[in-house]
Design a protein around this ligand. Structure first.
Ligand SMILES: [Zn+2]
Length: 347
């Protein structure tokens, strides 16, 4: 009897969570997912966050990433762990693998945007077409001149080191709205109104955000979701099968249409948040003053917040741009504290 009780107690103790470990106001476990974009003194920058993997942490290796320190830039990284006081995510587990997922979608999407960009260039204008073929003109397309040079210079600095800045093309559209967008094929459009209103730090924050939609393939990810739903509905593919040639044709045909839609409607909330976080990192790494970000969102809120008509891609669905300002403030506190900013020795 006593032995039974002892055994049961021992078992109960084993199964119960240990209160000692759970206490001590430890930070909650967090996950970080994104691409390896910079190494900063032993810390890997992923999703705009600084990640370390201490000795004893688990590492799931793939291809060239044989251990944490060997993760090549551009690899897809998942990490989970706890933040330390300086905001570094101290991982318990990290997985790194090459990013050549869905290359087919990427190509199709990119090609459909090449076509759109070609049309803009032919006409020297940017416009959008609705379902009825009704065109809305956005303005003259500039491919050179001081405004284009200004954007070009900033974009060249923002592009992370594992990507080639030459793959991004820069255009300025004569339009007084505050607007900017990056297409998945690497074409970046900036409205002249935004250029007039913003200084270079602010412009870098916006362009950083837009670049992230391209570098993190947000269109492809949204597109893939939407296309699978459509293809499934059309009976072209079964849930677990690949896409046959009919499916492929449909996919390519729909790509252009979908691309235009994604531009107009903006991305999902989590992708917008990622673009904010990582875009801030792009601007910081390039030496821009990212502390201007919260006030910048407030300016957007002042200008567009109370308008119902939103002819603005960048701002698109961002009615909560004050909430964004708040999130930017906590992101600055977490990753770009005064110490970090001054230690970086950047202007
Ligand atoms: Zn966005």
């Amino acid at each position: 009897m006593t032995r039974w009780i002892t055994r049961t107690l021992a078992l109960a103790l084993m199964l119960a969570p240990l209160p000692a470990a759970a206490g001590k106001n430890e930070a909650p476990e967090e996950k970080v997912e994104g691409y390896a974009e910079w190494w900063e003194g032993g810390l890997l920058i992923v999703d705009g966050q600084r990640v370390s993997l201490p000795r004893g942490g688990r590492f799931k290796a793939h291809d060239e990433a044989t251990d944490f320190r060997s993760i090549p830039l551009g690899y897809e990284v998942k990490a989970k762990g706890h933040r330390d006081r300086s905001g570094v995510l101290v991982a318990k587990e990290v997985e790194a693998k090459p990013n050549h997922d869905d290359a087919m979608f990427e190509r199709d999407l990119s090609e459909s945007f090449d076509e759109i960009e070609g049309k803009y260039l032919d006409r020297r204008r940017m416009w959008e077409e609705d379902e009825d073929g009704e065109e809305e003109d956005y303005g003259r397309l500039r491919t050179r001149g001081p405004e284009v040079e200004r954007v070009r210079g900033i974009v060249d600095e923002l592009v992370p080191p594992y990507l080639n800045a030459e793959n991004f093309r820069v255009y300025v559209v004569d339009n007084e709205e505050w607007n900017a967008m990056a297409a998945p094929n690497g074409a970046i459009f900036v409205f002249s109104g935004l250029l007039d209103a913003l200084d270079d730090d602010e412009l870098a924050i916006i362009l950083g955000h837009e670049l992230v939609h391209a570098t993190h393939e947000h269109s492809r990810k949204e597109f893939k979701k939407a296309m699978f739903v459509q293809l499934l509905a059309a009976g072209v593919i079964g849930a677990a099968e690949g896409i046959d040639s009919d499916g492929k044709r449909m996919l390519v045909q729909t790509a252009a249409l979908f691309g235009a839609m994604a531009w107009q409607n903006g991305y999902g909330r989590s992708q917008e948040d990622q673009a904010d976080r990582v875009g801030l990192r792009y601007a910081f790494q390039a030496g821009y003053d990212v502390s201007k970000a919260p006030a910048l969102w407030e300016r957007f809120a002042d200008k567009y917040g109370r308008e119902s008509k939103v002819a603005n891609f960048f701002f698109s669905d961002h009615s909560a741009s004050q909430a964004r300002a708040v999130r930017m403030r906590s992101e600055l506190a977490r990753n770009y504290s005064r110490a970090v900013l001054s230690a970086s020795g950047r202007p």
